[in-house]
Structure formats: C-alpha cells, structure tokens
Design a protein around this ligand. Structure first.
Ligand code: 4NP
Length: 156
C-alpha cells in the first residue's frame, strides 16, 4: 500500500480537489486497492467542514463529486504514516518542513512536481478570487494527478 497525503492551507479548496481528482485517476488505473489518498490543511479553520461550494461546483462540472469530504488538519503522526506528503504551494511546504521529524523530511514535496503540461510549481489559492481560479486549480491538479499515477505505477 502506498499512502499519499495532499496538503493545502484550509483543506476546503485545493487539497480536497486534488484528493478527488487523484482518487478518480487511481481508480481508473485500477490501483484503488494499492493506494490510500487523504488530504488535509496546515491550518485548522475549517475542520469538519464540507469543501467550498465553488470548488464543489467546479469539480462537478468535470464529473467529480467532492461532497463527502470533510476538513481535516495535519496531525503529527501523518509524517510517519504517509509515503508522499505533497503540498499545494511553497508556503504550506515550509509549514510542513517546520513540523516534520527529520527522518521523514524526504517524504515532503510539491504536488505540481508531477505535472507534465503546466510549468507552474504552485497551485494558487483560489479562496479570495473568482470562479476562474477554481477551474485553474482543476487544470493543474488533473495534470499533476496523471503524472503521480505514473510514478506510483512504477513503484508498485
Ligand atoms: P485552501 O483554500 O487552502 O485551498 O483550502 C483556503 C481556504 C480557506 C482559507 C484560505 C485558503 N481561509 O483563509 O479561510
């Protein structure tokens, strides 16, 4: 089993979108029994909340259902439990680096490292912007999810 943790700030926009899209691509690749996917936020503002309605609407437009997810904050034992701990942006990666026990630091990285088409390194926070930002989050996470599926296939 390979365990993947996807991390943003609030766990109501970017990382639950990434969780949903990546899970869909893992399912389509027939790997759902071999990969465990969870998302969380570095902050605790939205613990227990449903994903942002704008994220849900954008995802629904591409056939993804995010409605069952609930906000979760990073916890100390996540660094031990997960194999890949991938942040949506540099600021959340820095936060993870500060909390991560030294022996697990190589598990940390940026999710967009796995993107093949987009050159961006960070998934921009869409929270204070318009609907276009949510659609761009989907473009980026679909690209990175496809790349990460290939990396995981090679590891299994
Ligand atoms: P996320 O977006 O990190 O992609 O879930 C945000 C959600 C909430 C807030 C900021 C970013 N907030 O400040 O409440």
């Amino acid at each position: 089993m390979i365990r993947v943790l996807l991390v943003c700030l609030g766990n109501i926009c970017r990382s639950p979108t990434a969780e949903t899209v990546f899970r869909s691509k893992i399912d389509k690749a027939g790997l759902s029994n071999s990969v465990d996917i969870v998302s969380c936020g570095t902050a605790g503002y939205h613990i227990g909340e449903s994903p942002d309605s704008r994220s849900q609407a954008a995802a629904k437009g591409r056939g993804y259902d995010m409605s069952a997810l609930r906000g979760r904050q990073i916890q100390n034992d996540d660094f031990e439990c997960f194999d890949f701990i991938l942040a949506m942006d540099e600021s959340n990666l820095l936060e993870l680096k500060q909390r991560c026990p030294k022996q697990y630091i190589t598990k940390l990285g940026l999710f967009l490292t796995y993107a093949g088409s987009y050159q961006e390194t960070e998934v921009p926070d869409p929270y204070y912007g318009g609907q276009q930002g949510f659609s761009h989050v989907l473009d980026l996470v679909e690209d990175a999810s496809e790349g990460l599926v290939e990396v995981i296939k090679a590891r299994l």
